[in-house]
Design a protein around this ligand. Structure first.
Ligand code: GAP
Length: 448
């Protein structure tokens, strides 16, 4: 049985095994900024690749884009972010800590019980200066969402891709928000990565597409292994809606901090294109050759956080098992997300085993991310691979030198089976892409 997963356990595993480190740690760390280590960067890339595959590559109606982080400052006036992208901030008159007024249970400082100031609106956009002068005219913002780069390129994409509506434009990239109260590890940070797609549709068909994307995005997390009982959809109340949205539903995950937002799917109507049209003076309407109408498209936006979903995949995969009286920590990550797919482990550093193990590694690494490890005892190496979620371990032992076979160990069932080194990569590939991991006939035979 698995104990409750706490954020402390996740933070500790992430540091111990090289998923995530505190930014600038040797200088005492920088609040709410995190660095992805060797296995963390692979995990997060796999999350982003899985998103891109399902949102762009596997569809004929979505194309990609990669915009600059800094944009013309008028973009943020038109989008409403200069006026409306703020949270209510209060400050403690005693200890001067700052809090989000809408997140406080009592009208007193949560740290010292002191009296609080009146709430004022605090804009979350980071400002900086472009060029060699530091004056108001040179102010630019770090984007607080990737979406605006998509809206201002709508005409460029439509005319260059010669695509018709409904059409989606997808983008993955960094966003920045000067959050008043960041925290809970990578859940809320001031620099984070978003995976956003703006789906442009004919007005009137927007509600149908809103339903479609809500279902589609909810299913995506489950397809990648998140347990259904840890996911839910929550519709926003009218007074929660962002300034641009007619409706919004959150995909929520049961984090150790409770149910919290993973992703939002919003009906942004024609708000953004209309605003940019009026501020830029450019016509951003679309001529629909099928209906012979000209209109400003409506937009449905599934907007997910790459860091937040990576955290959810980590939490959901984290398992503690009792194996022969000892606790085994294992990350039961979906093989598509696992940072390392296969580990090649010679039983020891014996001079006869190492060359064969390296030969096996060279063959296997051509097909997928594979790690060679001959340090420490085999037990410790298995433990490390379990904790970083490696689905398959290949062990090269003395029998391998005689019979040309190796032992494959399945992470989840702990089943072991011997297989020939010839065509090993094909067998492993079949195993990794199998839907029911560890329960097909090959493995069932091995467990029997
Ligand atoms: N374009 C719409 C938009 O940005 P949002 O709900 O503010 O909507 C979308 O953000 C997603 O981005 C969130 O569901 C979350 O996953 C991620 N996100 C937002 N703020 C974040 C933060 N401070 N730290 C980490 N992820 C964040």
């Amino acid at each position: 049985m698995s104990e409750a997963v706490t954020m402390d356990k996740i933070v500790s595993l992430c540091k111990r095994r090289g998923f995530i480190f505190q930014s600038s740690e040797i200088y005492g760390g920088l609040g709410s900024c995190w660095d992805y280590g060797p296995v963390g960067v692979e995990l997060k890339r796999n999350v982003k690749n899985a998103w891109w595959r399902s949102m762009v590559e596997e569809r004929g109606d979505v194309v990609g884009l990669d915009c600059s982080i800094m944009m013309h400052p008028t973009v943020w006036k038109a989008s409403g972010h200069v006026d409306s992208f703020s949270d209510p901030l209060v400050e403690c008159k005693e200890c001067h800590q700052r809090w989000r007024a809408d997140q406080l249970e009592k009208q007193e400082c949560p740290a010292c019980g002191g009296e609080l100031t009146e709430a004022r609106n605090f804009n979350l956009m980071f400002k900086t200066f472009m060029g060699a002068v530091e004056e108001e005219a040179a102010v630019v913002y770090l984007r607080p969402e990737t979406a605006q780069g998509i809206f201002v390129n709508f005409q460029n994409v439509v005319s260059s891709s010669r695509k018709r509506l409904p059409l989606g434009i997808a983008q993955i990239g960094k966003s920045f928000r000067n959050e008043i109260t960041p925290g809970n590890f990578t859940f809320r940070t001031r620099e984070f990565e978003q995976m956003e797609m703006e789906f442009f549709v004919q007005p009137g068909s927007d509600e149908e597409w809103y339903e479609y994307w809500s279902r589609e995005r909810f299913a995506w997390y489950q397809r990648l292994g998140i347990r259904p009982e840890n996911l839910r959809l929550r519709e926003h109340a009218k007074d929660e809606l962002a300034h641009y949205a007619k409706a919004c539903v959150d995909v929520e995950y049961m984090f150790p901090i409770g149910w919290s937002e993973l992703e939002g799917i919003a009906n942004r109507t024609d708000f953004d294109l209309k605003q940019h049209s009026s501020w830029s003076g450019k016509d951003l309407s679309y001529f629909d050759g099928v209906t012979n109408e000209r209109y400003i498209p409506y937009v449905i936006e599934p907007s997910a956080g790459a860091d937040r979903s990576t955290l959810a995949f980590l939490v959901d995969a984290y398992t503690e098992e009792d194996v022969e009286g000892a606790t085994r920590v294992v990350l039961k990550l979906h093989p598509e997300l696992a940072p390392i797919k296969v580990a090649i482990l010679p039983l020891s550093r014996n001079e006869r085993l190492v060359p064969l193990a390296k030969e096996v590694h060279d063959k296997v690494r051509k097909c997928f991310v594979a790690e060679y490890d001959d340090t420490q005892s085999i037990g410790r190496r298995y433990r490390r691979q379990d904790e970083i979620g490696t689905p398959l371990c290949v062990t090269v032992d003395f029998d391998s030198l005689e019979d040309g076979q190796v032992t494959i160990r399945d992470r989840d069932s702990l089943a072991q089976i011997r297989l020939p080194i010839d065509n090993l990569a094909d067998t492993l590939k079949a195993k990794l892409s199998g839907e029911e991991f560890g329960t097909d006939s090959l493995w069932a035979g091995a467990r029997a």
